[in-house]
Write a protein that binds this ligand. Structure first.
Ligand code: ASP
Ligand code: MG
Length: 390
């Protein structure tokens, strides 16, 4: 039986129309068992601001919390939440108020106080999304039960607040009790990013950690696929925001995707792949924003899998503050050709280090990194698609 875990990021669930697009994707993808959602776009940043404003006296913190909450409450009403769920929403509002008071009394913002504040974002979006998904199944004539899966009762972690580590055995046990894999009509909606210590204190996996939560869910239920839905149609040969033509990479190996995340590409949280790669669970990354291209055969996106007979190749360029990373399967074997091509590109290279799937180039201090990335991308003709040899 196919069991898919589908994760939707903050921009994918930004508002009700966006949530409806995600729900349509789920409804037309047979086999989705667990849906993992992020907080709505910008909410986690807002909650961070709310927590730090709570250190000060005055109304500023609570005014901010009220505005974040009312935006969600409006969404909840638009989604047609039941009276019971609206009451749960209101309880979240009071929880935010009392957390603010606790932060103010403590006079400092510990991770242990920050994590429950963060959790409010994902808990609100999961509550709303569950209703949107239930309605979408119903309006499509599909008889499915959509249940809320409380990540703070299954994603057990250690006590490393702000960057918790999963307790996998406890997670497996909890999920085997709480998730029905046999009943095809049963679907679950769970929060990404958050978990709990065994004694019930809320934790998080670190900013952008919802991808990791989804991978943990996929590993625990031995999913047939992990889908990461975001606002770009896959993994690109360079950051699409740099403004020059890039290409979307149809297939990547786990090593390539991991090297790319480590080299600074933002599309995947670096730890994401570790739970799924040992079970060879393929990962699909695609955009929820363009429904025509998200469903069925037209589906556009990148697959991360074990690729047999993958040639040595260069597929993408990423950068962190200190260096530029060229990524590709066994790229170290292409080092001489790449260095020869790069030496013609007119920028200062201070060092080159090759590992099997990445070549790290340290540029001169005066180099504009984005400009260098564009030059390498053009010079090595990456937008013609991933290629072997150069
Ligand atoms: N909402 C969290 C964040 O913005 C986690 C995530 O979206 O991955 O960092
Ligand atoms: Mg993300």
């Amino acid at each position: 039986m196919k069991h898919i875990v589908s994760k939707f990021g903050g921009t994918s669930v930004a508002d009700i129309p966006a949530m409806k697009r995600c729900a349509e994707i789920i409804v037309s993808t047979p086999g989705v068992k667990i849906v993992v959602v992020s907080a709505t776009a910008k909410t986690t940043n807002g909650l961070e601001e709310f927590a730090s404003k709570s250190l000060n006296a005055g109304d500023e913190a609570l005014n901010l919390w009220e505005s974040i909450f009312s935006r969600h409450y409006e969404m909840a009403k638009e989604a047609g939440l039941s009276q019971d769920s609206l009451i749960v929403m209101k309880e979240l509002f009071s929880e935010g108020e009392s957390l603010s008071l606790r932060i103010n009394t403590a006079g400092q913002l510990s991770g242990e106080l920050m994590d429950p504040v963060y959790s409010l974002g994902e808990r609100m979006s999961a509550l709303i999304f569950r209703a949107v998904l239930e309605n979408t199944f119903r309006s499509n004539g599909q008889n499915k039960k959509v249940s809320y899966l409380n990540s703070r009762e299954v994603m057990w972690t250690d006590e490393s607040f702000l960057c918790a580590n999963p307790l996998k055995d406890s997670i497996y046990q909890a999920l085997s009790r709480q998730v029905n894999l046999e009943d095809e009509t049963q679907v679950y909606v769970a929060e990404g990013f958050i978990g709990s210590t065994l004694d019930g204190r809320t934790t998080t996996f670190g900013r952008e950690g919802s991808d990791f939560s989804a991978a943990l869910y996929a590993e625990a239920i031995r999913a047939s696929e992990l889908q990461i839905w975001t606002d770009v149609p896959g993994i690109a040969s360079a950051d699409p925001r740099l403004g020059f033509p890039i290409c979307w990479i149809p297939f990547l190996t786990f090593d390539e995707a991991e090297s790319l995340a480590l080299a600074g590409a933002k599309v995947l949280f670096p730890k994401t792949l570790s739970p799924v790669r040992s079970l060879s669970i393929p990962v699909f990354v695609g955009s929820s924003l363009d429904p025509k291209r998200s469903i069925g055969r037209e589906r556009l996106g990148s697959y991360i899998t074990h690729l047999e007979d993958c040639p040595s190749r260069l597929i993408a360029i990423a950068s962190d503050r200190n260096a530029i990373g060229l990524i590709g399967h066994n790229i170290a074997l292409l080092r001489d050709q790449i260095e020869a091509r790069i030496s013609k590109l007119d920028f200062e290279v201070r060092g080159v280090e090759a590992q099997s799937n990445s070549i790290r180039i340290v540029t001169g201090l005066s180099c504009d990194q984005n400009e260098v990335i564009r030059k390498i991308h053009d010079g090595l003709e990456l937008d013609k698609g991933p290629f072997s040899g150069i």
